[in-house]
Design a protein around this ligand. Sequence first.
Ligand code: PLP
Ligand code: KYN
Length: 411
Amino acid sequence: MTDPCSTLAALDASDPLAGFRDSFALRPGLLYLDGNSLGALPRATAARLAQAVSQEWGEGLITSWLGAGWSTAPARIGDKIARLLGAGPGEIVAADSTSVNIFKALTAALSLRPGRPVILSEATNFPTDVYMMQGIEAFSGGRIRAVTVAPDDIVDRLDQDVAVLLLTQVHYKSGRVRDMAEITRRAQAVGALVVWDLSHSSGAVEVDLNGANADFAVGCGYKFLNGGPGAPAFLFAARRHHGATPVLSGWFGHARPFAFEEDYAAAPGIERFLCGTPPVLGLAALEVGVDLMLSADMAQVRRKSMQMGDILIQLMKPLCADHGFCLISPEDGQARGSQVAYAHPQGYEIVQALKAVDVIADFRAPDIIRFGLTPLYLRYADMADLVDRIGTVCRTRSWDKPEYRERAAVT
Ligand SMILES: Cc1ncc(COP(=O)(O)O)c(C=O)c1O
Ligand SMILES: Nc1ccccc1C(=O)C[C@H](N)C(=O)O
């Protein structure tokens, strides 16, 4: 049998993406498997932020809104994200948080489907998605209903009552990938619109929004796009929906914000989905991450991500048999996003004990350990190193400590 370590070393030696690792500031020895929650720091970000602070803000002051391109940053960065996601120029803005963008996209979709009372989603969706639906239901006084069904029942529940379906393409826990084109087609066949949450897709899997005839989409900037903590999110609206009513009708979405008119008039294009003043420093950091991602070939990123996932799943098999890990991600790489997740009764404690051996993964209640796979800065050999360290934690039971039993507020 070939030695897995030499096979992995050979894969690293011929990896076309290997050079990207140096573009990130990662301390030696650390295995960072949480890029699906917070991406690593691109080395170029610190200098870009220093420039934005000292020159653009410090010296340029308010003239930088025009002089340094601050006012056009949401659309400019949106156009770059569009290139990653199969959207056209003028169809994406970088703005606000994903939660706020979910609100904007759902209410825009509702405005396009008056009389239809249902926002539909799956019960296990990322909580903020469902919370935003519930907020709209409460605000509408019950006129709009937030309905969630079991993940496999979504398509069957689509009917003439559904105004909009809100789905996450890559599930945050299992990593299961939804067929965007097929589900969009089925929803549109009953006259519904779809809002896709691409938080775990952008920079992780190949996405073709216009190829799938998508209506709306949103997603995070701080995960696989490496935009930094709290980075602005993005919102996609297909050009044919640019007439939708923006319910968050702030002045940055106005057709002529600096005319200071008394009444709201929505900008004709994607800018109508902006609301207030853009977070310039956050956008500067996000742009570095997006530029880096754009310089990689997404097909290579996806291929490496699937291969790393396959390798990890194989290497974990003995630990599944002997130490109670249960794979909850699809085994088929095509059906899996850029993460591998296991259920384990001591999942929380194991994730804490892994930190002591310099592995950062994450835990999702009630019992799920997630390993985010980021092809730009992880190596194939890291998969064997990771499984070695997990094995040590399990064999020595180093997870079995009283201090690991108290769950932290943020996991
Ligand atoms: C699928 C999904 N949607 C939304 C969010 C978060 O949205 P926000 O950036 O508004 O906190 C996350 C992660 O935090 C997520 O995984
Ligand atoms: N925004 C955060 C703030 C703090 C801690 C985690 C997050 C995450 O993004 C979690 C991620 N969305 C997840 O898929 O679990």
